[in-house]
Design a protein. Structure first.
Length: 668
């Protein structure tokens, strides 16, 4: 037993000597965290010290009196970050020197976080110039990091469902459409969506698909939503507002995050994020990625056929005559990498690359029904630069629906027709902005150039393929002048030119902002905004399927740029592509055999509709009333329908002023 105690004392002595030696070779950072305004201690704040030289990361939590200790730090220069409770801002203190065998004292005064009452936002002024929400004439809502962290989410849509002014329509586990202050629609193109200042929509179609966003839920710092017209700064496609997803800087979020989630509908999600700082603390990086799988809600569109046509050459041969089958599985993989160079607090250069692979899913369209998503990819490359109040960026977005040609079967396709979707569109954007202060007036001036390049191999733009490029450029100036200590005047103006629209667009804005208190304001604003049409509005030339009755093919056409549709003054035939505002059942439009079948089919369709109606629809006449109507349709009415051959003299056009009910134009 005595030998055991001697050994134990010897080991303890060796450990103490080792600890003493280690202590002599390392250093410590210690101090207190208090509130700047009151001086009170801040307990349970998280303190981290990171060394770009050694790559080591040490963390601690403040005690009840606000004190903390970060021991056993190798000598060197550290960056210390503190994340306190709600209401206090996260802080980053660089260049803290640790010496061997010494304790570096670092007391931190926690600053109030404007998150709750008067947040600092960048979306209101677009770019490097930041301002408080209550200094802006815009209605802005912010979803902060705290709320994002504590909410389980599939896409960014889940974080903004409670934001005032937004309308969100959900079409499945992943599919959703978002608009602000307006009617929702399948493409939700009226709201501009941004990720870290770059466009987030599908380039040529300008479709906002949250499932294609790159990055991960864990990498979102905040979401800013600007409701109302924003064209004075953002130009086209922001007439209903801006939704901006802003990710974390690696300098303020060093470390690792891994998330594993599961739920109903066989939902599984694995996400990871890593951020660090190189060398002297001037170069930061982050990597994030996510894998998602689930089973979507089961729904069959009654407009989809049972089997695809066996003879339609637009359908790939391997799909012709086959049964229509929806795939309800969802598969999505996404990743993003970012490199931040920050030589000083006034300057930063940020490089970002993101990629999303939407392996399986469903996306709803308005006219063409649901698209079965297969191997759809989305890529973005971005370079942005900030120096003080100067901001510039270039970014490139590329979409690929998974098909290279109109006969591919590996990519996405329409369930109603079986026809592949080819979308290999891209957009290249350059933007620059300068902010400055002259006396009582703040200036924000900037401009941009947008090159949209659709590439659909004839599946979407049809005969317009090869003549569907769009170039847009514009410039803006905004001033904010302090008229009185609590009263500001904002004036803004923007001009835009679109290569597919005649003339130019002018977007003015004016506002008076009265701030009676730090957390209150009263705004009176005026603004004029516009949305330029997406490429499909001009160049769409796509087969949509057949009418249920009498089974005629339907081709959906866009409105030709700069000229629009022209009324044909007669419908005696003529060149293909004439727009005749009348029934298609006319001589020379259909072959005689096809025309006869169409007329007969239309009459039969009317009878089918009456037959399908419930008996109650015919009131007290009941079934006798139904049979009477069917007799009329089979007799005189059916004969009239079959014999109709309208001429130019019989079909005319009248334009009427709805205010006075006067006819302003009559064309026969």
């Amino acid at each position: 037993m005595a030998g055991f105690f001697r050994s134990a004392f010897a080991c303890a002595g060796a450990l103490l000597l080792g600890a003493s030696s280690l202590s002599a070779q390392t250093g410590t950072i210690a101090g207190r965290v208090t509130e700047q305004s009151s001086g009170e201690a801040v307990p349970r704040a998280r303190i981290e010290a990171f060394s770009g030289t050694t790559g080591s990361l040490i963390s601690a939590t403040t005690r009840d009196n606000g004190s903390y200790t970060l021991p056993n730090l190798e000598p060197g220069v550290y960056t210390v970050t503190v994340r306190a409770r709600v209401g206090l801002a996260a802080q980053r203190i660089p260049n803290i020197t640790v010496r061997s065998g010494a304790t570096t004292t670092l007391d931190i005064a926690a600053l109030p976080n404007p998150t709750q009452l008067n947040e600092i936002v960048t979306t209101a002024t677009r770019g490097a110039v930041s301002e408080k929400i209550l200094d802006s004439p815009n209605s802005i809502s912010v979803v902060p990091e705290m709320r994002i962290t504590e909410r389980a989410a599939v896409t960014v849509t889940d974080h903004i469902k409670g934001v005032p002014g937004l309308s969100i329509s959900t079409g499945g586990v992943l599919q959703a459409n978002i608009v602000s202050r307006g009617f929702n629609n399948a493409f939700s193109t009226s709201m501009l969506m941004l990720q870290d200042y770059r466009f987030a929509g599908v380039p040529s179609l300008r479709v906002n698909v949250p499932a294609l966003f790159t990055g991960t839920n864990e990498d979102i710092e905040r979401i800013e939503v600007l409701n109302g017209p924003a064209a004075a700064l953002y130009g086209p496609n922001s007439g209903a507002g801006v939704l901006h997803v802003i990710s974390k800087s690696p300098f303020n979020s060093v470390g690792n995050t891994i998330t594993v989630a599961g739920g109903e509908r066989s939902l599984g999600r694995v996400s990871g994020r890593h951020a660090g700082i190189f060398g002297s603390g001037k170069l930061g990086y982050k990597l994030s990625g996510e894998a998602f799988t689930a089973e979507d809600y089961r729904y069959i569109d009654p407009n989809e056929p049972v089997t695809y046509s066996a003879t339609d050459a637009r359908i790939p041969s391997s799909r012709r005559g086959k049964a229509v089958a929806r795939d309800f599985d969802l598969r999505r993989y996404s990743g993003e990498g970012r490199l931040d160079f920050r030589p000083n607090d006034d300057t930063e250069l940020i490089s970002t690359a993101g990629f999303t692979h939407f392996g399986k899913g469903m996306e709803i369209t308005t006219t063409f029904g649901a698209a079965q998503v297969s191997n759809w990819t989305y890529m973005n490359l971005q370079e942005r630069f900030r120096h003080k109040n100067f901001f510039a960026q270039v970014f490139y977005n590329k979409s690929n629906s998974g098909n290279k040609t109109p006969t591919d079967t590996e990519g996405s396709y329409y369930l109603r027709t079986g026809i592949p979707v080819v979308d290999r569109s891209s957009v290249l954007v350059g933007q620059a902005q300068q902010g400055l202060q002259l006396g009582r007036t703040k200036f924000v001036v900037g401009g941009e150039y947008v090159m949209t390049r659709p590439q659909t191999e004839g599946t979407i733009n049809g005969r317009n393929e090869g003549n569907d490029d769009i170039n847009e450029y514009g410039g803006y100036l905004q001033t904010t002048t302090e008229l009185l200590p609590k009263l500001d005047l904002l004036l803004a103006a923007r001009g835009d030119v679109n290569s597919r629209i005649e003339g130019s667009q002018f977007s003015p804005r004016a506002a008076l902002i009265f701030k009676p208190a730090e957390t209150q304001n009263l705004r009176v604003t005026f603004g004029r905004s516009f949305n330029s049409p997406a490429s499909f509005a001009f160049f769409l030339d796509q087969y949509s399927g057949q009418t249920p009755a009498p089974g005629l093919p339907v081709q959906i056409l866009g409105n030709p740029s700069k000229q629009g549709w022209q009324f044909a003054r007669n419908c005696t035939g003529g060149a293909a592509g004439d727009l005749c505002m009348r029934s298609p059942y006319i001589p020379n439009t259909l072959a005689p055999a096809s025309a006869a079948a169409a007329y007969a089919g239309f009459a039969a369709a009317l009878q089918g509709i009456v037959t399908a109606l419930p008996v109650s629809s015919f009131g007290t006449a009941g079934e006798a009333g139904r049979q009477g109507i069917l007799g009329i349709l089979a007799g005189p009415v059916g004969g009239i329908v079959r014999s109709l051959r309208p001429t130019s003299a019989q079909v005319g056009t009248r334009l009427i002023d709805l205010g006075t009910r006067d006819s302003v134009l009559a064309v026969t």
